[in-house]
Design a protein around this ligand. Sequence first.
Ligand code: LAN
Length: 729
Amino acid sequence: MQAYSPLDVPDSGKEPFTDYSRWRLANTNDGRHTWHYLQTDEELANWPQNYMDKYWLGIPLDLPALPSPRTPLNSARNGWNFLRKVQAPDGHWPGEYGGPMFLIPGLVIGSYVTGMPFKHEERLELIRYLFNVANEDGGWGIHTEGHSTVFGTALNYVAIRILGVKADHPVAVKARATLHKLGGATGAPAWGKFWLSILNVYDWDGNNPVPPELWVLPDWVPFHPHRWWIHTRTVYIPMSYLYGVRYQMEENDLILSLREELYPEDYYKIDWPAQRNKVASVDLFCPHTALFDFLNVILGSYEHCVIPPLRRIGVDRAYKLVVYEDENTSYQTLGPVSKMFNLIVRAHAEGTESTAYKQHLEMRNDFMWVGALGMMMCGTNGSQLWDTGFITQAVVETGLAEETEESRESLLGALKWLDQCQIRQNPKYYEVDYRHPTKGAWPFSTKTQGYTVSDCTGEGLKSVLYIQKHVKSMPELVSKERLYDAVDIILGLQNPDGGFASYELIRGPQWLEWLNPAEVFGNIMIENNYPECTTSSITALSHFKKYYPDYRKDDIDRCIRTAVDFIHRAQLPDGGWVGSWGICFTYASQFACESLALVGETYESSIYSKKACDMLIRRQREDGGWGESYKSCELSQWIEHKDTQVVQTCWATMALIYAKYPDPLPIERAVKLVMSRQLPDGSWPQEAIEGIFNQNVAIAYPNFKLTFTVWMLGKAHYYLQELKAKKLG
Ligand code: LAN
């Protein structure tokens, strides 16, 4: 580990700053993955670099070319061949989970203020990553494909400086110029102001209040934070503690210097209270409502006459909730933002010699991922269950799973992994921490992180059923009782209006969105129903019912019926559904059409299904594919991407197949496009970013290009044969 001394680094991050043949992805059986840099020759000899390491590091695998595929199924088979090469030893498929550009700053600032060091190689590759993903103008956006913003530029500028880049380094000079052009760091949105205040390069008076007293309100209050969307809640708990104690790093030379570098004006003359609601126009996505501004005036006055014992109670309560969250998740926490805020709280309350601090240090590794462009901070501690769930279903559904002994072995490995990944009990701090039940659920990443997600439970359940019931001589590792637990979780997550949200039931009123403090995210205050989550949940129930027709039969039937009603209501007049977790209409429409198909609604029988197909057909391009930009998610309106996207083409085509679209031609054209982009080793090259969250932040799902391709091609193969047979017959 090394302190944060200045470093000399090259001007460009094109070439690795470390020796890439020394990085290894360590993998334990619960899907935990952490990157290690081998120092000695002995270590290198004992731990050879495998395909999985190389693939994610961007080192050529030099695999022999596979026979050129003539049919969609052959192409899918080649894809599956490749996927098996990059499966982790414990049976899951690891993946890089980058995209958001406000996570490295949290990692770096949080570590710096608590004195938590980085290894030398980590510092170098973090810097290199930031160099590589900077925009042409030298700034950074809210995500890797976004235009430069104050949020991205100010915070990532601070990150490279803390990591050791000198102020006169050309990359720093260019970034600073862009930041000043955008008006300087006073225009950062609330979350940016908050991080800068912690670092002591922005005054606490320039923030709207985050009173910890919120936590001592009675639970029945309609705006009590336990009703907020869980990510917002788990971020604002430590924030309210840190605001309550006005945490700030001690001044040092770097801090004094940053105060000069971040602002075009004199830091010491800034009128801080006047900056509270100032957000640069390039950053603004979700402006404050008048109600929120009014509330802040009241809360601002309260800050002048805080009752110290009450504040103490609020701070203590927030601290307790931080401890519950840390312990419930083995210090992983729900996500990367709360992870670093919780660390600061624990370091402040318990010191750097505490067990909590050491645990946080250990689990910080889980978010740090080395990719071809350098080291990043991931959106979660991975997307293990999500990727493994889709991959296994794709290969079982297309019949590839059973073709060879290697395939069966691979599936057995995946089943063992899925088996251990199911959460077997409710959290230790369950009711006191306002948690939703977890017994029987599958999480998005690992069991250790341990949060129920509706659709992850659905995909986990389906995958287990697919492997246990469809692949010959697979052991029934997940018992009937445990499948029942999963079904109970899913049924318990349906909202009264039929839809499914992400982690919990909708707990708060819709008007809470008027109090959204984070100007850069949309729809973050409460849970919402999503066509995607709804579909994964009900398709799992429907699949389960085939094998266990008696378990909660009426509940399942009612659940599916009312969920499909929600899907109907969520359709836009032009036939599409807005994607909340993937980009965008192609993603959500794939899910929605699958839901409709469950109850027999297809192109020929349902106006909903027909409208969806007609919309997709209208959007199909000359080359047979589809391509929409992440901007579709910002605007809830179809925005073409400049290039056709393989992954979106697969989603759109799968939607048509679910809808039993009668004309083979559009499907054949899409298949041709996807096959034409396959590489000789069976993989597909990376194209544009695939995912989204909070309407405004794109996030990468790089395994999708290997998964939905195989799935769609396999499905299309059989569907086209079926259409041909129908025509002949
Ligand atoms: C995710 C990733 C997975 C995603 C799906 C399972 C795809 C979705 O269907 C349900 C919601 C969920 C679990 C989800 C929620 C929000 C997450 C955790 C993320 C997009 C990954 C990163 C994001 C998280 C909020 C990032 C941290 C940023 C904050 C604003 C707190």
